[in-house]
Design a protein. Structure first.
Length: 406
């Protein structure tokens, strides 16, 4: 080989070496980036159960592009799917508590699609997937993931994963209107959590979901006692997310007893907290209940507006009210009362007004409150009503606030 030929070859080899070095640097930097955000997600999960929940929610939202990059690297790198499952499962609080159900479903599904042994990361990803699918109304996917998690947890002796699977099966029964089964499963999960020393937002939600099942079965005293326990723990720990669900259950109990003022205060606070976290499931349930309270207080027009706003919110979650007769009870009763007072045409007009409200406007409307009991405005069907401040006080509302929903 001539000297002239050797020089270009040396140059080529040098460029290739530089390219490989740059590639190795890129791979190394991507892994360091991934490891950093896996650590951040782990820290966020721990910090979620405490007074910094709002900061955690904001931080996870801000970090989302980087978390996506970390998940993508895990799932595209052979042999590292376990890390992807760990990260996707760790972010359960963000998928569920911060309005990212579809995003979580995407990453959990991809992470679990990779064949691997049933280690702890896979079991956690399974129950988190089941949780997300339950809230999306996908019973088939939820049942498959949760039963798989429970069976493998039993086989491998992972009692904690088994408790989470039983808990979420209880949640599925709750949303499927099987209250006795829901109560049985949720009590079983709580017993396991106590035995294992587990206490976090999930455990508090289990207590709250048990309280929901009791409310729907008419055992108000037991439900209120459970929610009082949840509130006490939340006040001690600074936890707000699960507390907001406990407030929803307490508001439902107060409304059932005809205590509308107390119900309004509780459910309004629930709306505020769920909106802070962008938890659309908790938000829309609270708005649905607030509409019923509003109708019970004698303002069917505003109740219809709130119902319309709730209908729009359900479109970004899943089946309205999970297709549940119990969770749908407030809407059915509210609609019946509002139509009785407004007539079908005027009810439809106010409900359409609510459907047209963007999220922020709908929340502002829900939180505006009512300065006093008001009459139904007299105007033609479908027209916008005047400001509440121009409306005259009315007499007592029609019907009893204690009529059971569902």
């Amino acid at each position: 080989m001539s000297h002239a030929t050797a020089l270009p070859l040396r140059s080529c080899h040098r460029r290739a070496a530089e390219w490989l070095a740059a590639l190795e640097d890129t791979v190394r930097m991507r892994r360091r980036h991934r490891d950093w955000y896996m650590g951040l997600a782990t820290w966020y999960e721990l910090d979620w159960f405490g007074p910094r929940q709002a900061e955690v929610a904001a931080g996870a939202e801000s970090a989302l592009p980087n978390l996506r990059a970390a998940l993508e690297l895990c799932l595209e790198t052979p042999g590292e799917a376990r890390l992807g499952r760990h990260l996707a499962g760790t972010l359960w609080f963000y998928w569920v508590g911060c309005g990212r159900l579809s995003e979580g479903r995407h990453w959990l599904g991809r992470a679990l699609a990779v064949d691997s042994p049933y280690d702890e990361s896979r079991l956690k990803a399974l129950w988190v997937l089941g949780y997300v699918a339950v809230l999306q109304g996908d019973s088939t996917a939820a049942t498959g993931a949760l039963h798989e998690c429970r069976e493998e947890a039993d086989r491998t002796g992972n009692a904690l994963a088994g408790a989470y699977a039983v808990h979420r099966l209880g949640c599925q029964a709750l949303l499927s209107d099987d209250m006795p089964r829901a109560e049985r499963l949720l009590r079983s999960a709580l017993a396991a959590y106590r035995e294992l020393g587990e206490l976090n937002s999930n455990v508090l939600m289990c207590r709250t979901e048990l309280a929901m099942s009791l409310v729907f079965q008419g055992d108000l005293d037991a439900a209120v006692a459970l929610c009082a326990e949840v509130r006490e723990i939340c006040e001690d720990s600074g936890e707000r997310w699960s507390r907001a669900y406990a407030l929803y259950v307490l508001a439902y109990a107060h409304w059932t007893r005809g205590e509308h003022t107390e119900a309004r205060a509780l459910v309004t606070e629930s709306v505020t907290v769920h909106h802070l976290f962008h938890d659309l499931v908790g938000l829309v349930l609270s708005v649905e209940l607030l509409a019923l309270v509003t109708a019970s207080e004698g303002d069917p027009a505003e109740a219809a507006v709130l119902q319309g706003a709730a209908s729009t919110l359900w479109g970004s979650i899943g089946p309205p009210l999970f297709g549940s007769r119990y969770f749908g009870g407030p809407r059915t009763l509210c609609e019946r009362r509002a139509i009785e007072l407004l007539g079908a045409a005027r009810y439809a007009g106010y409900e359409s007004e609510g459907r047209g409200l963007p999220l922020e406007a709908a929340v502002r409307r829900a939180l505006a409150g009512r300065p006093g009991r008001t009459t139904v405005p007299r105007q033609s069907p479908g027209t916008r009503r005047p400001s509440r401040h121009t409306r005259k006080p009315a007499g007592s509302p029609t019907g009893k606030g204690g009529e059971a929903a569902g």
